[in-house]
Design a protein around this ligand. Sequence first.
Ligand code: DQA
Length: 140
Amino acid sequence: MKLAIINGPNLNLLGKREPNIYGNQDFESYFKTLQQKYPQVEMVYYQSNVEGEIINKIHEIGFSFDGIIINAGAYTHTSVAIADALKSVTAKSIEVHISNVFKREEVRHTSLLSPVVEGTIGGLGLHSYELAVNYFLLTL
Ligand code: DQA
């Protein structure tokens, strides 16, 4: 099974960025532990702060990978184009969030991605990503 984790803007700063909300761990080290824990899954990680680059990556891997785990960061709340890209490819996708967006500002309560993904996992810290991997393991 081939899974891609795609992180959007500002998620390159995990570990440094608002640790009270996003925790103290950087994503690279978390990703390594995830790979070690699930050696049967071929996993790649991509992060970009640029909307078009995220769309290009979805196009690039979206027809050959089984699943996409996407945390589009703030683009979650604004990007029709990322939603369209996810709709355009054959890979199934899951939306994840580290924080519980519904406990936060109202602007974060709307997701343009939720209508086009299999489901959304949020508010569980970095565990949100592992739970998405497990969903794909259970269903694909
Ligand atoms: C986030 C929530 C978004 O509202 C925010 O813009 C992010 C991170 C999360 O993982 O909790 O950058 O997607």
